[in-house]
Ligand binder design. Structure first.
Ligand SMILES: NC(=O)c1ccc[n+]([C@@H]2O[C@H](COP(=O)([O-])OP(=O)(O)OC[C@H]3O[C@@H](n4cnc5c(N)ncnc54)[C@H](O)[C@@H]3O)[C@@H](O)[C@H]2O)c1
Length: 253
């Protein structure tokens, strides 16, 4: 099946993690014939490792450092990618993390600001910087990464889950606004997966414990998430926009 990636340029944020969703998405895009993939992360050394892996898979790639919470850095990063490849056809907003938690009375405003700043505003800032380039060519796809935590209420009052819930709404709003400009916007909401997102040393043990509550009895693999993200970016999802797709083994129905 032709996914339509020939000649296409992708930008993946948070793609430095060597076991994360971003790198897995980038490698799948390379395998499916994408022309060039810009890898960006707050950690440049990790981004360079991913870019090398993408090149080894036969696709052009550059690594650019950018903290998605820093508007100037984001604007500069997008400028650099467009200078290198002339355009951006696909944006994957992957950068994100849980930064804290605990009882509401013990949470600080600083934590709330950081959590929303990274997960929601980070996604908005990169989209804002990329949109003018997509509008110029009357085409583009944005794939946001949400979270199954938006539908799980047993983890306390979580600003992370609230920020991810706002990404769902951002996805629908932007999709509607851009529906006639040739730009589609969708969101993949993952269930737990053993990436660096899970801070425990034995990540798989944490996932195995959580898997007891998952109808399909296992956590998500990065490939499960990448398959859905790449589907949303491909031509075969050309009539789909404004959707949030939960990839969580039946946890969210
Ligand atoms: N793994 C899971 O269980 C899970 C579940 C639901 C949602 N998610 C979401 O999936 C996305 C990817 O996470 P992952 O599982 O690949 O985790 P990961 O920790 O392996 O990768 C996240 C990457 O984001 C980068 N990053 C962090 N802060 C950044 C910033 N300010 N600017 C730029 N880059 C930054 C990190 O350096 C890292 O490379 C995140 O948005 C996360 O919230 C993960």
């Amino acid at each position: 099946m032709d996914l339509g990636f020939k000649g296409k340029v992708a930008l993946v944020t948070g793609a430095g993690s060597q076991i994360g969703f971003g790198k897995t998405i980038a490698l799948l895009l390379a395998k499916e014939g994408c022309d060039a993939i810009a890898i960006t992360d707050i950690n440049l050394d990790d981004a360079k490792l991913t870019a090398e892996a993408v090149k080894a898979a036969g696709c052009k790639s550059i690594a650019v450092k950018s903290d998605v919470t820093n508007k100037a850095e984001v604007q500069e990063m997008v400028k650099q990618v467009v200078a290198e490849y002339g355009k951006i056809d696909m944006l994957f907003n992957v950068a994100g993390a849980i930064l804290g938690g605990g009882p509401l009375e013990e949470q600080s405003e600083d934590l709330w600001n950081k959590e929303v700043g990274l997960n929601l505003y980070g996604t908005m800032l990169v989209s804002q910087a990329v949109l003018p380039h997509m509008k110029k060519q009357n085409s583009g796809v944005i794939v946001n990464i949400g979270s199954g935590s938006t539908h799980m209420y047993s983890h306390g009052v979580s600003t992370y889950a609230m920020a991810k819930g706002a990404i769902d709404i951002f996805t629908k709003q932007l999709a509607t606004v851009e529906a006639r400009t040739g730009i589609r916007v969708n969101c993949v909401a993952p269930g737990p997966s053993p990436t660096n997102f899970i801070k425990a040393p034995d990540k798989q043990a944490v996932i195995d414990m959580l898997a007891k509550q998952i109808p399909m009895g296992r956590g998500a693999t990065p490939a499960d998430i990448a398959n859905a993200a790449v589907f949303f970016a491909s031509d075969i999802s050309g009539y789909i926009t404004g959707q949030v797709l939960h990839i969580s083994g039946g946890s969210v129905l």
